[in-house]
Design a protein around this ligand. Sequence first.
Ligand SMILES: C[S@@+](CC[C@H](N)C(=O)[O-])C[C@H]1O[C@@H](n2cnc3c(N)ncnc32)[C@H](O)[C@@H]1O
Ligand code: SF4
Length: 461
Amino acid sequence: MTVLTASPANPDTVRRDLLDRYDGRAPRYTSYPTALEFSDAVGPGAVTDWLSALSPAERISVYVHIPFCKRLCWYCGCNTRAVRNTRLISDYVAGLADEMALVEATLPHKPAVGAIHLGGGTPNMLSRDDLGGLFRALRHVFRVSPGAEVAAELDPSVLTRDWVRAAAFHGLSRASLGVQDLSPHVQAAVNRIESFEVVENAVGWLREAGLASVNLDLMYGLPRQRTQDVLATLDQLLTLRPERFALFGYAHVPWARPNQRLIADADLPGPVERLEQSDAAAERLVADGYVRIGLDHYALPQDPLAVALRDGSLRRNFQGYTADPHQTLIGFGASAIGRLPQGFYQNDATELGWRRRVRAGELPVVRGVALTDEDRFRGEIIETLMCHGEADLTAICGRHDRSPAELEPERRRLTAFAADGLVRVSDNGLRVTPLGEPWVRSVAQVFDRRSGEGSRFSRVV
Ligand SMILES: C[S@@+](CC[C@H](N)C(=O)[O-])C[C@H]1O[C@@H](n2cnc3c(N)ncnc32)[C@H](O)[C@@H]1O
Ligand code: SF4
């Protein structure tokens, strides 16, 4: 007699089925509420009040946005543009110093700064003189603490040894280099030609200057990219042993970024291929000794990011995953975002508009959101899930003086995720399972009272 048993479902079939059913879009939750919820209800007046209430005891972080690049990569989602004229960049740095003077006038004291992040765009488009001018302005307005972390996002193909030395003189301690993919056919499909040797030299100069932390940015889901391209790129870069890798899934949002319209939809890998690429890269990185951090970061076990994951202090902010413990961030430059205990704010994203406002003597803030108690409560759940893949809801409710019964609607919505094996729900909280990891943004979205579901976001997978 033949006994018929149910054969276990093929793991690939299960995932394909999940990809079909959870083929959604969701925010990346680098903040809650997300930047799409910012409105003109917050402007220069509110932010002046918020800045003037800054506590003298608080150490803060500073972000400076540099919206210039040598060329525009077609996939790029950052607020930047290609420039040749270096005078434009010097004028912009002069504008940053003016903006810092405006902020200084609102501050009740000279705040201590524990972390400075230069982002972009490409901060190494600044000449060494402009870099010096920027740090003079920063040190005039802030007390940069000894041992402060100074980080910069750098384009290796624009980097020089002299620039690295100058930046190290100003305190550069951590650098993040853009690489994405080293395969010539992928580079041609995104207008970014960059050889391994260029990256190798850049890492060498950063090491020579004594930087203890180097990150390399990679991307998957790029046009014409295949899993073997991702792995071949990793094989070369792993020889450089950077402390961190970021592995970003290409966010294709051509309605918001016109340069992405140069990428043909037909050239893009689908969700199945994207998942295969990110899984293969994750496997290779973990096999090589890197610890997986949240959605898209990998770090060597002794790196502060991996330490923060272990001790529970990992945070998520506009720069992604971070070990930066500061609660307050003051942002400078076009489109820069700041975070104060009272809420988030964003500067005018256009360089002209930003400059005009600064020249007129007003803070160039055009939008933001004041945080309610509800936002802080939901923000903690979402950030905890995005960082650790689990959340102790009872403990978070306790910290915010709320009854766990308030989360009954969310628990009901999670039953579908639980039935599909994407999360495990207990009396106290929930945990995203290994199967559910690619959908952590969708799980976090269950707790989002503001954004709703919409086509404005990038695909979850
Ligand atoms: C400011 S750029 C890096 C520094 C420098 N400009 C460079 O490209 O070498 C930050 C990173 O964002 C990532 N990125 C840019 N556009 C993206 C998109 N549409 N989707 C996902 N990641 C993106 C890339 O990995 C890029 O290296
Ligand atoms: S990826 Fe970097 S270099 Fe390329 S356009 Fe974006 S910010 Fe500029």
